[in-house]
Design a protein around this ligand. Structure first.
Ligand code: ME8
Length: 506
């Protein structure tokens, strides 16, 4: 079993923001889950450099585009680290390996007879890096996403015969109802194809920044014809001396947001068919995480850059908030105030206190030891593991975390109902107390394994605190998995109180 996950490669015309970290963080949750299932995984992210807008920013700053890209790549490379995303490779489209592969890939399309020369005259939105038809614009003639007037471009370009792939794409969509998820995005992509496809230009004559076409070096590849190819090119040089295409193509799963649906769900599959490659397994198109800027300044006065939330709350808390604050797949508006509430109420209180109480009671009443006993469990972990897994298989990241949290709350409820501190008062209840403490350790073990994709920092700490080693294999989410343990001590707070920066709350 193999699982290859990609994020979009982000434009480097400015610095990263929390929306980019969002896709990367959720991608990491999925990859970690598949690793816990024992699958061979590969996780790719990176940056898209050959855009007209990147070239223009470099010009404004008086830098050569490559020099500009080298400088700005530094903060972009930090994004996966900051959000604790365990990537396998960070691609830059200016990598020599990528450039060589794109030329080879486009040559295959050319050799297949799918490229022709024509004059293009039309409106181009540099923000989207895409041509626009009049119907796609607002009544004032602006790009609806960027609210700027597109530019008139007229140049001789090479065109890709996308129209020739309409029937083939429709047949694939009909055969593979899960090719694009969620369903409403599948329908959106399918109706776009069914509505008729226009050939698109795959080259640029008016700009020198890009990958020269192999059959005509006076033109560079259109940024999308260059960028999409990263999903395969990376596999050819990410590990020197290895060609990972054999292992990970077509085991690919592409994550992206709705802004770039057409490029991924229509253009890319057609380009792959033309170049003779198999199509990826599936594409998941998520919504936008929108932040209420006013709320940013309300409670966290000096946080101007939401990515700084990671410095304050830690990567686990930000990941948790991202997965839970809006339903993955849908658009949603989240407030950064919400992160403080979730940190206090859910991470520190629900989960952190559960661990503190459990370990403190085991230390106090049983000298740090628990023994496996065969009793009615506090939680049905087998069912929980199956439910969370089924949800993650269909990218329901929010539903998976919600289901785990129902378990966390149920275990807290179990403590309240069983009241171990009462049981401890009477030696006659010793067996019951043993059973309750075992159930708590066992429940925390299963929950920690299930939480590991979301809280990769805290989950192993939970396992260690309840004396259950460091094995995060998914099959450990089952009742009776906890082994006899000794030396359990009252755990340090899992999510300590956060001291907000001095100006916060003003
Ligand atoms: O489109 N909420 O790059 P890009 C959720 N280079 N996701 C968000 C987001 C938000 N508010 N803001 C950004 C490009 N994203 C091309 C891609 S791929 C071959 C080339 C994420 O920098 C989301 O994944 O505009 C979205 O699709 C992507 O960033 C767009 O990044």
């Amino acid at each position: 079993m193999r699982f290859y996950l990609t994020t979009p490669i982000y434009y480097v015309n400015s610095t990263p923001h929390i929306g980019h970290a969002y896709t990367t963080a959720i991608g990491d949750m999925l990859v970690r889950y598949h690793q816990q299932r024992g699958e061979e995984t590969f996780f790719l992210t990176g940056v898209d450099e050959h855009a007209t807008k990147v070239w223009r920013v470099a010009q404004e700053q008086g830098l050569e585009p490559q020099e500009y890209a080298d400088r700005i790549a530094v903060p972009w490379r930090e994004v996966p680290k900051r959000i604790n995303a365990n990537i396998d490779f960070f691609i830059r489209t200016s990598d020599e390996g990528h450039k060589a592969f794109v030329r080879e890939f486009l040559q295959r399309i050319y050799d297949n007879g799918d490229v022709y020369e024509d004059v293009y005259a039309g409106l181009y939105c540099v923000g989207c890096e895409a041509f626009k038809t009049e119907e796609e614009l607002t009544p004032d003639g602006l790009c609806p996403d960027h609210l700027v007037a597109p530019e008139w471009i007229e140049e001789k370009n090479y065109f890709f015969r996308l129209s020739a792939y309409q029937e083939k794409l429709l047949a694939i969509y009909d055969e593979r109802p899960e090719f694009v998820r969620p369903d409403f995005r599948y329908n959106e992509a399918r109706s776009f194809i069914a509505g008729g496809l226009r050939d698109f230009s795959i080259s640029r004559a008016g700009q020198p920044w890009g990958i020269p076409l192999p059959w005509d070096e006076s033109q560079v590849a259109y940024v999308w014809a260059d960028a999409l190819v990263n999903y395969i090119s990376a596999l050819t040089y990410a590990r020197p001396g290895e060609d990972l295409r054999d292992t990970f193509w077509p085991a690919a799963h592409h994550l992206l947001a709705k802004d770039i649906l057409r490029f991924h769900c229509v253009y890319w599959p057609a380009m792959l068919l033309s170049a003779g490659y198999e199509l990826p397994q599936d594409l998941f198109v998520h919504g936008y995480l929108l932040l209420d800027e006013r709320k940013i300044s309300k409670s966290l006065g000096n946080i101007v850059e939401p990515l700084e939330l990671i410095d304050i709350y830690g990567s686990d808390a930000v990941r948790y908030w991202m997965a839970r604050a809006i339903s993955f797949g849908q658009d949603g508006s989240a407030s950064v105030d919400g992160i403080q509430e979730r940190y206090d109420n859910e991470l520190a209180n629900d989960l952190g206190n559960l661990l503190s109480r459990t370990t403190a009671m085991v230390a106090r009443y049983r000298d740090g030891a628990t023994r496996r006993v065969d009793v009615e469990p506090a939680l049905d972990l087998d069912a929980l593991g199956a439910d969370v897994s089924a949800r993650l298989e269909r990218y329901d990241v929010t539903g998976a975390l919600d289901a785990i949290w129902v378990g966390v709350r149920a275990l807290n409820q179990y403590v309240t109902v069983e009241a171990p501190w009462q049981l401890a008062k009477d030696e006659a209840n010793a067996a019951r107390l043993d059973a309750v403490l075992y159930n708590l350790v066992d429940g925390l073990t299963g929950l920690a394994v299930a939480l590991a994709p979301f809280l990769p920092d805290a989950a192993p700490r939970i396992l260690a605190a309840v004396g259950q080693g460091d094995d995060l294999s998914w099959e450990r989410i089952r009742n009776g998995v906890a082994a006899d343990a000794a030396g359990i001590a009252a755990a340090e707070p899992l999510f300590p109180r956060i001291e907000l920066p001095a100006t916060a709350g003003t």
